[in-house]
Design a protein around this ligand. Structure first.
Ligand code: NAI
Length: 328
């Protein structure tokens, strides 16, 4: 049908929003034939800046943009939403303890989870980009009991794309040669980018690299610490690449992942690969018609097992902390 798809974006006046909104509005998410209505959530003090962004959206005269609503009440902005991209979050500021960060974000994601539960469309899908993304998604999911838990995901696609780019550069091949990349675990420095199941032109990537030392001491830390390297170089955190990954993840979820390949997505574990049930952890997944499925049957060697377990342990600690705070 040609009625507009309602895409809600939170933190819309932020850095990522400034890249993300224009790409969604131009058709990068749903294609040139699907009109999109943007529903943009911000906190009250940022609404004026958001009005300026909307003026620029108007000035692009995008043929696929079928309207923009803005506001600070999630109950209004999530009304009828088919897709919600939860980008806005409370950043860690100086002197803030980890518990303070979790409770500040907890307040945001409990409220947004409830508002989605009560007002979003029946086919709602929710992607969380705002950090700590996995645990924020867990909080939203836990506060939206009427929304199937398969509809929640957290973004590890940026890590996935970074891993593809690093590997392609190392081997001197185009990124299109790389398939079956996997990020396991948390979107944090403990994440595990896995080359043992990735392929380069159909050949096993770890074998093609043939250098365990590079894999362990260069590749993994470069991917895991890329966010910090960008802050160091740019003086601001990654925004355009995060927006691009947010689009890639949502587009593949709704439209399907490529045949013969898979993507990385943090979703509620069903116990696959011994990741405790219910944790929002990154897995290799295939997607089709708006549904995801965890790729099954991959052999996990001791090295990979140790890396996955370490990241999952961190997710469990985050879950315990938000449980103690009464957020889930
Ligand atoms: P930013 O600080 O430029 O923008 C965040 C926006 O969210 C601000 O405009 C703020 O007013 C808004 N906001 C805060 N609380 C809100 C609420 N309750 N409702 C609606 N909006 C609210 O930050 P930036 O650079 O756009 O990043 C956004 C988030 O994405 C951060 O948490 C960042 O850590 C995370 N991130 C995640 C990545 C990933 O791969 N998962 C990659 C890069 C960033």
């Amino acid at each position: 049908s040609n009625s507009p798809v309602k895409v809600a974006v939170t933190g819309a006046a932020g850095q990522i929003g400034y890249s993300l909104l224009f790409r969604i509005a131009s058709g990068a998410l749903l294609g040139p034939d699907t009109p999109v209505q943007l529903r943009l959530l911000e906190i009250e003090p940022a609404l004026k800046a958001l009005e300026g962004v909307v003026m620029e959206l108007d000035d692009c005269a995008f043929p696929t943009l079928a309207g923009v609503e803005i506001g600070s009440d999630p109950n209004v902005i999530f009304d009828g939403a088919n897709l919600a991209l939860l980008v806005g979050a409370r950043p860690r500021t100086k002197g803030m303890e980890r518990g303070d960060l979790l409770s500040a974000n907890g307040a945001i994601f409990t409220g947004q989870g409830k508002a989605l539960n009560d007002h979003a469309a029946d086919d709602i899908r929710i992607g969380v980009t705002g950090n700590p993304a996995n645990t924020n998604a867990l909080i939203a999911m836990s506060n939206a009991p009427d929304i199937p838990r398969e509809r929640f995901s957290a973004l590890t696609r940026l890590d996935h794309n970074r891993a593809i780019s690093q590997l392609a550069t190392k081997l001197g091949v185009p990124v299109t040669e790389i398939t079956k990349m996997t990020i396991w675990g948390n979107h944090s420095a403990t994440q595990y980018p896995d080359l043992f199941h990735a392929e380069v032109g159909g050949r096993n990537a770890a074998e093609a690299v043939g250098d365990q030392e590079w894999l362990e001491n260069t590749f993994i830390p470069t991917v895991a610490k890329r966010g910090a390297a960008i802050i160091e170089a740019r003086g601001a955190s990654s925004a355009a690449s995060a927006a691009s990954a947010t689009i890639d993840a949502a587009r593949d979820w709704l439209k399907g992942s490529a045949q013969g390949d898979w993507i990385s997505m943090a979703v509620a574990s069903d116990g696959s690969y011994d990741v405790p049930e219910g944790l929002i952890s990154s897995f290799p997944v295939t997607t089709k018609n708006g549904e995801w499925e965890i790729v099954q049957g991959l052999e996990i060697d001791d090295f990979s097992r140790g890396k996955i377990d370490a990241s999952v342990k961190e997710l469990q600690e985050e879950r315990d902390a938000v449980k103690d705070l009464g957020l889930i």
